[in-house]
Design a protein around this ligand. Structure first.
Ligand code: ADP
Length: 629
């Protein structure tokens, strides 16, 4: 029979598996058992709506069979099975996203250094770490023909029809001979090591994992005084079958919670937070929710699908149930089990289910509480969380037009001018002095660029704290929040910053001619030229008034390049006490050409400091140079 070739990436993975000198080869059993459990889950789910399945829930099982003579270990299940196409597609190409990621991350890795293998779910191929030949016999539910898939590794695989009486799958692994290390592979055809492995990695599997185990029984005819034993083999169920989310918090160690998370969601890192939930009330449910340390690779892509696994009375109804996940916390992973959900419920009805909505609301509260706890007790951990997921929280706040502000506002962090670190709005308000009216903020591209804005001087001069809003979209946050703890926000660009000592009006009439001159020189580039009293060491600044800010303008043009977009006003504010302005004013009469140059230089300087592009950099630098002559 002609051998078919594995796809390139699968080949590479298999090559790694076969040649792996990785010490944790034993995880192969966990992978094969977990596939068997998934296959049973699928058939168990079908059986809810299809009477023809004919298997009682209590008959679902995973059976391990050892053949010591032929050195084979077989993992059998009575799950959904595979047809010929599925065998090709699932085992001929690399199916699991975990394996794919493993392959990618190990592109250049030295094979002797692949300690990482165990941290990924590497799937079916991991069986090649311990086997030199694998045979899969499988029959799909609803089909008459069974198929045999066979492979000895890289060379390829064959698929042919075969006999199998019932629906399900046998994975027959021909175990490698021991090399230099005694018992390295032989342990996989012995009962006790297998028993220990199942306990270690697959104890939570919710279907019985059976193995014929030797039991000593009194030999017939032997007496109590003179007992003689013989070994009788009986099927034992090796796993406790209690899912981890059913266990009491106090009975599970953090390592066990971490291990469960890492294996199920294929994460290299343990989770940042683990939230076991058990409630009874209007809706009773049990859940195990995790907040990841870092987003997984597809988090920022369209492929990302939020969701929690949903179980009802021991049956998995959905692998990724979106409707359970509150959108602001779309990064959470985990499992929810509720006996209140009818098993026969269709997915469409599930979406409208009141119970689901109630559970989602409750999960939201729990996650929020956990994040607040983290913020209070582990600032570093929270800042790490915020680095990865803070932007999502802010986007959600804006997308929901502030509907989620109660939930999100106290989770936000902004850089503070006085603390020189990220602070919460609550911390800011608690530090406000009695004469401070507003929460001051400045928007810009980065902390350094905002810090250099001339407009910040006056707030700093008053020893008041300023928040720097430097992420895209941040400038919309104050508007959406309106107030925080009864305090209004105020941008440093606002004409009225509420400082009593700045209230004195400047007599603009004294400078009217100068301002008209500047406006005329700059033409349409500026909308207005006016005096300001909020500058100290700087001669000018550019502001946008009360409407659209420069950051908003940048934001809109980024989301709609070339579009009509919204344009911010450009107001040139002048520190009339500054020597530069005075020089301009004098030159206006003595050397108007020079005064024009001064005006243009000051305007460009204001643009530069505000992080805005200057229209013609060459012209500007030429102009500057000409002033030296
Ligand atoms: P993963 O389980 O992460 O998807 P694997 O490489 O372990 O990746 O398995 C590939 C696919 O092969 C599975 O997704 C499943 O569709 C199929 N498969 C593996 N084992 C079985 C089994 N015992 N019964 C039915 N299908 C199986």
């Amino acid at each position: 029979m002609r051998k078919k070739q594995f796809k390139a990436e699968s080949k590479r993975l298999m090559d790694m598996m076969i040649n792996s000198i990785y010490t944790n080869k034993e995880i192969f059993l966990r992978e094969i058992i977990s596939n068997a459990s998934d296959a049973i889950d699928k058939l168990a789910f079908l059986s809810l709506t299809d009477d023809k399945v004919g298997i009682d829930r209590s008959d679902f099982a995973i059976t391990l069979t050892i053949d010591k003579e032929n050195r084979t270990l077989t993992v059998s299940d009575n799950g959904i099975g595979m047809n010929a196409d599925e065998l090709e597609n699932n085992l001929g190409i690399i199916a699991s996203s975990g394996s794919r990621r493993f392959c990618q991350e190990n592109e250049e890795a030295d094979l002797s250094d692949t300690e990482i293998i165990g941290q990924f779910g590497v799937g079916f191929y991991s069986a090649f770490m311990v086997s030199d030949k694998i045979t899969v016999i499988t029959k799909k539910y609803g089909e008459d023909q069974a198929y045999k898939w066979e492979s000895e590794g890289i060379d390829g695989y064959t698929v042919e029809p075969c006999e199998r009486e019932t629906v399900g799958t046998d994975i027959i692994m021909h175990i490698k001979e021991d090399g230099d290390v005694a018992d390295e592979y032989s342990q996989y055809v012995r009962e006790y090591p297998l028993y220990k492995l199942v306990k270690k990695y697959s104890d939570y599997i919710r279907f019985p994992i059976k193995l014929l185990m030797p039991h000593p029984v009194l030999k017939e005819g032997s007496t109590e005084e003179n007992p003689e034993y013989e070994e009788v083999f009986e099927y034992d169920i090796l796993n406790s079958m209690v899912p981890i989310w059913h266990k009491k918090k106090t009975d599970v160690t953090q390592e066990e919670y971490d291990q469960y998370y890492q294996e199920h969601w294929m994460d290299q890192n343990p989770p940042l937070c683990t939230i076991p939930i058990s409630t009874e009330g209007t809706v009773s449910y049990e859940a195990l929710i995790y907040i990841p340390k870092q987003p997984q690779s597809q988090y920022y892509t369209d492929d990302f699908k939020k969701g929690l696994q949903l179980y009802s009375s021991g049956v998995m109804i959905m692998d990724t149930c979106e409707d359970l996940v509150p959108e602001p916390f779309n990064f959470i992973k985990g499992v929810v089990e509720s006996p209140d959900l009818s098993l026969n419920i269709s997915r469409e009805m599930l979406q409208q289910s009141r119970q689901l909505t109630a559970i989602k609301g409750h999960v939201e509260k729990k996650v929020k509480a956990e994040l607040k706890k983290l913020l209070e007790n582990n600032r570093e951990g929270y800042e790490e969380f915020f680095k990865y997921f803070g932007r999502h929280l802010k986007v959600n706040l804006l997308d929901s037009y502030g509907q989620n502000k109660e939930l999100i506002s106290d989770l936000l962090l902004f850089y503070s001018s006085t603390e020189k670190k990220l602070v919460t709005l609550e911390e800011y308000v608690n530090r406000m002095t009695t004469d401070q009216k507003y929460i001051y903020y400045a928007t810009g591209e980065s902390v350094t660029s905002v810090d250099n804005l001339p407009q910040t001087e006056i707030v700093k001069d008053h020893d008041m704290e300023l928040l720097y809003l430097v992420d895209p979209g941040d400038e919309f946050i104050p508007g959406v929040l309106g107030k925080f703890m009864e305090k209004e926000f105020r941008s440093i660009d606002d004409a009225d910053l509420g400082f009593e000592d700045e209230k004195t009006e400047i007599d603009e009439s004294a400078f009217k001619d100068a301002f008209d001159f500047i406006k005329e020189t700059l033409g349409d580039k500026v909308d207005e030229v006016k005096a300001t009293n909020r500058l100290r060491s700087h001669p000018v600044c550019i502001s946008s008034g009360d409407g659209i800010t420069f950051e908003m303008e940048k934001y809109f043009s980024a989301i709609q390049p070339g579009g009509i977009g919204a344009k911010a006003k450009r107001i040139l504010e002048i520190n009339t006490e500054h020597a530069a302005f005075q020089a301009l004013n004098t030159a206006r009469e003595t050397d108007p050409e020079k005064a024009k140059k001064f005006a243009t230089v000051l305007y460009n300087q204001a643009l530069l400091i505000a992080g805005l592009p200057i229209e013609n950099p060459t012209e500007y630098t030429d102009l500057l140079v000409s002033l030296f002559r």
